[in-house]
Structures are given as structure tokens and as C-alpha cells.
Design a protein around this ligand. Sequence first.
Ligand SMILES: Nc1ncnc2c1ncn2[C@@H]1O[C@H](COP(=O)(O)OP(=O)(O)OP(=O)(O)O)[C@@H](O)[C@H]1O
Ligand SMILES: [Mg+2]
Length: 494
Amino acid sequence: MQEQMERLPASLTLKRFHAESTPMTKPTADHAEASPTKQFFVSMRTRDINLADAILDLLDNCLDGALRLANGNSVDYALHFVKIELTADRFSIEDNCGGIPREVAKNYAFKMGREPDDDRDSDTETIGMYGVGMKRAIFKMGREALVRTRYGDDTFEVPITSAWLNAKGWEPLPINEPTEAREKLAEPGTVIHVHELYEGVSRHFANEAFENEVRTAISEHFTMFLQLGLKVELNGKPVEPVLVEVLVSKRDDGPAPFVFQKTIDDVLVSITVGLNTARSLGTDNEDDADFEGDRSSATAGWTVLCNDRAVIVGDKSRLTGWGDGIPLYHPQFAIITGIIEFRSKRADKLPVTTTKRALDTSSNVWLESLVKMKEGMRVWISYTNQWKNHPRADQSNYWEDARPLPLKAAIAAVVSRDAVRKTGDQVEFNPQKARVLPEPPGKTPSSRRIVFSRPIEEIRLVSKMLFDVDDEKPGIIGEKCFELTLTKAKKRDG
Ligand SMILES: Nc1ncnc2c1ncn2[C@@H]1O[C@H](COP(=O)(O)OP(=O)(O)OP(=O)(O)O)[C@@H](O)[C@H]1O
Ligand SMILES: [Mg+2]
């Protein structure tokens, strides 16, 4: 049968197929409704996202607003604010990020889903792409909302009421003019109020633990913007950014992080892997009595940024390569920090899932990057292996002039070095190959540690004699004494 059909002309085959499988059809005047219901959006789509992420979606819109306002120029985030209020009976978010143009409000902003002809952002690194974030966040929280916005001097507001939500049809929402002067916004921006909160939402908003969860999520996810000066307030208190940084020595031949940069599938990929501190690797020593103690760093592991948003902070799992051809994460690696950034004007090319807060690990750009991420990790895994049984101070002395830098600054500080390899648009710096990493002294099996205690008064006395100050670190004093004696011993030995 299959063979026969292949030999027949296409039109005939199709006819025959229909005749055999289904009776021929005739259109009738009836139609089957195929439009989505409000119920679908209000109770189903809202389950795709958790409450904290829905709030982050609203913040994404503010930042997209600031980008559009800058109109291709770089944004001065220090000029922008976002204020979020969570209480048991209402939610609000207010920004000064340019507002919604009336035409956009009329045709796009309140639609459930983006129209194919909506190509407003084809030239900016905005994150909005599906046309659902704002609506989904509102519907997730409550049954009454008001979006008030000012674009230029044009102020208007769009109410979403429970009556509209309950009605079956998709009536357009009204666009109203504010009647009272106090309702006009002081500068271009947007305010969204949600009330008639759902019971579970209201309980979350009244709970301090939830407020902290949102605060942490904002400080991590929007860390780059906060570092650039964006002011975000949650219930009246500023949100501080988490700092994800790697150490870079000021000296051209000093220790520096692994760096890699390349454009893959329209996405600019930038990677750096280095140490977040040089002070907690190695064995404890008495001269480290002033050391503040081991900090198991929350920012150790991998941080993944997409168009400046941190999708993941401090990942120590298989997702970012740990335990996959390299060792599993364990505390010895708490000083290793990797940062990878993906940048693209095509938001759909970024390796993020539809919630934008998780990685799409099946994408080609991610898989290719992972190879380089692991290469960078190997450098530091072997470094920590080399140093782990040596006194802390020996290792950290090499890093004394190093400063912690975020990704962009770290790359900028490294690319000027001679050892950087540039091919086409690809930039690569491997500190191991460039031989800028300190190696432990006396790697021979004959080396032994010397540890002893002396009264502090006596140590001060020797410190004063050798270094002119009486508070040099005991380890350094001990080492100096040994060196002096060794030089004498060698001389005597001829
Ligand atoms: N705070 C805001 N400032 C400026 N414009 C905004 C703001 N909030 C929403 N908008 C406008 O409303 C539109 C719809 O927002 P919504 O979050 O629903 O979809 P989106 O951002 O286009 O896509 P996504 O679903 O991926 O977030 C945005 O494209 C933007 O034009
Ligand atoms: Mg959005």
C-alpha cells in the first residue's frame, strides 16, 4: 500500500487517502470555539511560576522600560528606582523607568501573549519576549489591579477588575484619565497596585520569611543593576547587591583568573574563573590568628548572567559541571568562583527557560560554553590541590596586591596582558599556561613544617629588632630568623 501510494501523483494520493480513512466532509454553518478562556490564564498560567518569580517579572519590566527610555544609549541606572511594597492586603510596585506609551498600552501591553508584529525591541537587550509577565503576576496575586503610567506628559491608568475577570469574553480594558492631581506621577514611570489578594498570597506577604526570600532573590538576580546604581526598595528598605567577584593581581605577571570570550550563535559569551579569596586555602598557622576564619562563600561555584540578570548564583552542582569529568564540589573549592555571562539582543537566543530564572542546559551555546567553564575550573582545582597542605600565608602572600573584581572589570584587567591569546573574536587567558600562578615552595618530599610557640613579649622584641616594628606577624618573624640562621649555616658549611 505504501509503495503504491508513492508511485501515484500527490493529488491523487491525498484523495485516495481521505476516501479510505475518513468520509469526505462538507462544511456546515457551525463552528467550534477555539479561543482561550480567562480561566486558563488566571488559574493555569499563573501556576507555571512561583510568587517571588512573578514579582521579579515585574522588575524585569521596569528594567526593560529603562532600556527603551535610553533608546540605544547606555542606561544610567543610578537615575532609576523601583519601590515594592508587600503587605497583607495589597501589593504595589512603582518605578521611574519611562512609563508605557499609550499606543503600546492600546495594542500590546495588556494582551495575553505577544503579537507576531510586535518587533519593538529587536534592537535592544530587553528581556521581555512572551507578553505575559505583567498579566500573570497580577492574576497570581489578586482580583483587582490598577496600572497607572506616565509616558512623557501623558498619564493614564488601566484598571483590571474582578468583574472583568469573571466575565466570559475578552472585552478590551478601559484606559482612564486620572482625575485628581495627586494621581499624576511626578515623573515618567509606572505604578501597579494589586488588591483583593488571594488568601495564600496575603499570608505570604505578611510573612517576614517571604519578604526575605524576595529580598535575596532581588539582590542576587539583579545584582549587576544594583551594582550599577539602580535603587530597589522593598517595604521601605534598600536591597543590597550580592557581590560575585574574582581576584586579579595588579602586577602584569601576578596571579589572575582564567578568562574566555567568544560569540556563539549571536550570543557573546564571557567567562572568568578565579579565586574569591586567597586567605582560606591551606593549613592553619599560628600567624593567622588574626584571620577571620573560614568563609564558605555563598558566591563560590558558578554564577550565570544573561543580559545582566543573574539566572543562577553560586551553583555547586552537576548543572554547572561539578562532578562531570571534574571532581564534585566540596569545601576545598569554596574559594573558587566562576562567572559566565551571555549577552544578546535576541532574548530568545539566551540559554534560559521560559521562566527566565533557570538555565536551558540543552542549548548549543550552553553546551559549548560548559567545555570552557570546565577548562577554567581545572586550573583552580589543581591549584587548590597543590596548595592545600601548605601554610596559608605562603600562598596568600602572592595575592596581597590582588583586588576582587566583577566579571567585566576582571576581563578588562586581564585582556591587556601579553599572555592573552586572541584569535578572531575569541579571547583566552589561562593563568596556568601563562605561568602567573604561585607554586608551593619546596615541593620535594624532604620539606617539613616548623611550628613552635614563644611568649608574645619575646616575639615583639625580635620583631622590633628585625623589622623595626614590634607587631610583625609571628610566622614572618619565624621565617626570617630561620633564613638568617640558614645563611650563616651555609657560610660555615663553606
Ligand atoms: N514598568 C514598566 N515600564 C514600562 N513598560 C512596561 C512596564 N511594565 C509593563 N510594560 C509594558 O507592558 C508590556 C507587557 O509586559 P509583560 O511583562 O506582560 O510582557 P513582556 O515584558 O513584553 O514579555 P514577558 O512575558 O516575556 O515579560 C511590556 O512589553 C512593556 O511594553
Ligand atoms: Mg515582562
